[in-house]
Design a protein around this ligand. Structure first.
Ligand SMILES: Nc1ncnc2c1ncn2[C@@H]1O[C@H](COP(=O)(O)OP(=O)(O)OP(=O)(O)O)[C@@H](O)[C@H]1O
Ligand SMILES: [Mg+2]
Length: 260
């Protein structure tokens, strides 16, 4: 678990001698064990912000601090899960999950295998443990990459539209899995999506970014408790509608903090 503090962070790029601002003046605190969704339209700077928090992209102004240390580069204590799974085709499910554990010299081969098997079971893939990625559905491949990420017991998991390539039913199943695992493992999760329903279902807090450049328009505190997480419930529909309303709101000078 980690505590993340983003202060007045801006990331800009030079594109053909022109300065292009991907996101601007973002300030945000993410508590230990919190599940935060970053929601915004395509191209608004979500991935760039996530990559900046993870240390893959430098901020040009302001800072990103995790557990008191300024982020300058990626850390093995933090993992990123992408939309396209990133599995090694020549390794089995268990072999892929073992990958991150191989960087830990304290683990014997047997211990590594045991940890990998445990996480393969956690994501419900025990009967496919010896399968290769090409033999799996997209949802199973993404489950494998989630198991691989969690097996190293990371302090933070970054997810960039991880279910974007999946059909709606598989996506719902994986949302449930990630929610369950996040509650069990108490990992800090920063999750990028452009799907309002997904953000409402998963997040403790939703950060809505405006476009060009990406700025925090609004932070929505989603109530605790299970009831609204029933996708068919009235409370879920009402939170989703309210989020859509805030999503469509014209940006104000300062971000709005909203309690639903
Ligand atoms: N390395 C880079 N150099 C120049 N411009 C970049 C770079 N990385 C991102 N950008 C620009 O920053 C803007 C935001 O991109 P980003 O990928 O963060 O958006 P996004 O919100 O994740 O979009 P999507 O929902 O489509 O994934 C885009 O206009 C993109 O072209
Ligand atoms: Mg993106």
């Amino acid at each position: 678990m980690s505590y993340i503090e983003i202060s007045h962070a801006t990331a800009s790029f030079n594109v053909r001698a022109q300065k292009f601002v991907a996101f601007e003046d973002v300030s945000l605190k993410i508590e230990k064990g919190e599940f935060v969704c970053i929601l915004g339209a395509s191209g608004c700077g979500k991935s760039t912000l996530l990559n900046a928090i993870a240390g893959f992209v430098p901020v040009t102004e302001g800072s990103v601090v995790i557990d008191g240390v300024e982020v300058k580069r990626p850390s093995t204590r933090r993992v990123m899960i992408f939309q396209n799974y990133g599995l090694l085709p020549w390794r089995t499910v268990v072999g892929n999950v073992e990958l991150g554990l191989e960087q830990n010299p304290k683990l014997s081969k047997k211990e590594r295998r045991d940890v990998a098997e445990k996480y393969v079971e956690l994501v419900g893939l025990s009967s496919f443990r010896k399968s290769y990625p090409r033999q799996l559905s997209g949802g199973m491949q993404q489950r494998t990459s989630i198991a691989r990420a969690l097996a190293v017991k990371p302090d933070v998991v970054f997810m960039d539209e991880p279910f974007g390539a999946l059909d709606a039913i598989t996506r719902m199943k994986l949302q449930d899995d990630v929610l369950k695992i996040s509650q069990e493992e108490k990992t800090t999760i920063v999750f990028v999506t452009h799907d309002i329903g997904e953000a409402v279902y998963l997040a403790d807090r939703i950060v809505i970014l405006s476009s060009s450049p990406g700025r925090v328009k609004c932070v929505i505190n989603v109530p605790e408790g299970r009831d609204f997480r029933n996708r068919a419930s009235d409370s879920f529909a009402s939170i989703q509608n309210k989020t859509l309303e805030l999503f469509n709101l014209a940006p104000t000078r300062d971000p709005i903090e909203y309690y639903i």
